[in-house]
Design a protein around this ligand. Structure first.
Ligand SMILES: O=C(O)CCc1cccc(O)c1
Length: 527
């Protein structure tokens, strides 16, 4: 092929997941072209909820300062009965990722942060209004055939990899003949997005409304935006329900419809589905292109963001030649089981709110009122942590923390400054010692490996209890929240080797740190 444009990665789709992939690849210096079918960014929100793990990904992309002021943080979630009685309030506690565990956002604002982020990188170019018509992977690279608008000329881009973030109806997934299967779930709900004159007095947090006559969700979003969701009942005419008149009628128990601007009233059919394969040679699927889940745990966008973080460093490493292309297989083996667990949680929340039989709803309400006394529920501890069971990390030791997300406490540096830990780790690998200096325990082979990867060295101790003197180049900090030291207590090991996506690669004892280079070669591929 002579006249095609060349790049490292083509990202198809410029929603939040595609934009996050582009940010992380941009940060890693990877030449990237983003193709988006639509001419302009979306102006309507689709997702509205996310969590501490995802804010941490924005932090990794250097965008947390821009994002945080736009978030409604630390809110609670309530389940209310048909008569409005509050049955259980869940307020997730703990901050092991460095941020409150629940956050709400207005999606167009969040996308703006991501798009401004992409603009930082001259080697990332974004092309709006461009359709993908064909994708041909010949083993040495992928050719992506594109057309601008309906009448434009067909052009070709030659890339080393393609990441499809083009949504549930993914063109790329279809072009690669990858089936989108699993249970279809397929429950239609009417979604009403509105702009209020002022926040509602009596709906100050997210509520599931367990009304068996019409299950509903009501969700205050930042900037006096508000979303309601109403279940479409069996046999109901979806188009007839979705009129403006009905939207006004349905929201009237909460607000005078004359005092709001209804921005959208549309029936969505929620699905729980996943692509059969998330990798086909040099093409990888991420976000809704790989999996769809109903919204009831607010995890749809979050799952896609975790995909982006998991995949971007692997692609960057393969492209830089510091990892074997087989590392990309670990993307699906790590991410799919976690998505399955989240989908299960989502379906469970959906089943709770969607109950239509009065007797069953009554029993549910009694059970939920009882759950209000159990901290496991009220603190949201049922939500699965970010943790992988098999993939590119050391799985040889039982109970090791490898595969878990490494915690992010607030730490005090030796200069007395308070910082979130990840800011000191940076965007690459890290070797963290439990009051030990990684450099003092590393033979030259390992040292060469980590130096070539630009790894950060840290030594973490309890406040006021430092025992070790560290060499220049090791960042010495005190763990003020105790999350890292608890993690070492729970999992053992003297060191944690942390991947760029904050997943623990291995937790060796001091005597085993020299095996790190072998472990890297066998699990990541090229040392
Ligand atoms: O964030 C989303 O996926 C949509 C907003 C949302 C969050 C939680 C439950 C729900 O029904 C909708």
């Amino acid at each position: 092929m002579t006249d095609s444009e060349l790049t490292d990665v083509v990202v198809v789709g410029y929603g939040p997941v595609g934009a996050m992939v582009a940010n992380l690849l941009g940060q890693a210096g990877v030449a990237t072209i983003v193709l988006e079918r639509d001419v302009k960014p979306h102006t309507m929100p689709r997702a509205g909820a996310t969590d501490d793990e995802v804010i941490r990904i924005f932090q990794a992309a250097g965008l947390d300062d821009q994002l945080l002021p736009l978030l409604d943080l630390g809110q609670s979630t309530q389940f209310v009965a048909a008569n409005g009685d509050q049955l259980v309030t869940m307020r997730p506690s703990g901050g092991r990722n460095g941020f409150p565990q629940l956050a709400f956002f207005y999606q167009p604002d969040l996308e703006r942060v991501l798009h401004d982020g992409v603009a930082r990188y001259p080697q990332v170019s974004v092309r709006m209004g461009v359709r993908v018509e064909a994708v041909h992977d010949d083993g040495d690279g992928v050719t992506v055939w594109t057309r601008t608008g309906d009448r434009g000329r067909q052009t070709a881009i030659r890339a080393r990899y393609v990441v499809a973030c083009d949504g549930g109806r993914s063109t790329v997934r279809n072009l690669c003949s990858i089936a989108f299967t699993g249970s279809t779930y397929a429950q239609p709900w009417l979604v009403v997005d509105a702009k209020l004159e002022a926040p509602l007095d009596d709906v100050t947090c997210f509520q599931f409304v367990g009304n068996p006559d019409r299950p509903a969700v009501t969700l205050p979003l930042p900037g006096t935006h508000h979303r309601w969701e109403f279940m479409v009942l069996p046999g109901e005419d979806q188009a007839a329900l979705a009129t403006l008149e009905n939207a006004r009628r349905l929201i009237s128990p909460w607000v005078d419809p004359d005092r709001v601007t209804i921005l959208r009233h549309i029936v969505y059919t929620f699905h729980a589905r996943a692509a059969d394969r998330w990798r086909s040679g040099r093409v990888l699927l991420a976000g809704d292109a790989a999996h769809l889940m109903p919204p009831f745990a607010g995890q749809g966008l979050s799952a896609g963001m975790r995909d982006a973080h998991n995949l971007a460093w692997k692609l960057a490493a393969v492209i830089a030649g510091t990892a074997d292309s087989s590392l990309l297989d670990s993307y699906e083996s790590e991410r799919r089981p976690h998505v399955t667990r989240m989908t299960r949680l989502t379906r469970f929340s959906g089943a709770l709110v969607q109950t239509r039989r009065r007797r069953v709803a009554k029993i549910r309400d009694i059970a939920l009122a009882k759950a209000a006394r159990v901290s496991y529920f009220t603190e949201g501890r049922f939500k699965p942590h970010l943790r992988y069971s098999s993939g590119a990390f050391d799985s040889s030791r039982r109970r090791s923390g490898a595969g878990h997300a490494f915690p992010q406490p607030t730490v005090r540096t030796s200069a007395g400054r308070l910082r979130p830990l990840d800011d000191l780790i940076g965007s690459g690998w890290a070797v963290v010692g439990r009051d030990l200096d990684p450099q003092a325990n590393m033979p030259s082979e390992s040292r060469e490996l980590w130096a070539s990867l630009g790894a950060a060295y840290l030594s973490v101790s309890r406040p006021g209890h430092r025992r070790t003197r560290c060499a220049a180049g090791t960042v010495v900090v005190e763990d003020l929240d105790g999350y890292v030291l608890d993690f070492f207590d729970r999992h053992g090991g003297d060191f944690a080797i942390v991947r760029p996506d904050r997943i623990v690669f291995a937790m060796p004892d001091a005597g085993d740190l020299d095996n790190a280079a072998d472990l890297y070669t066998s699990l990541v591929g090229v040392a």
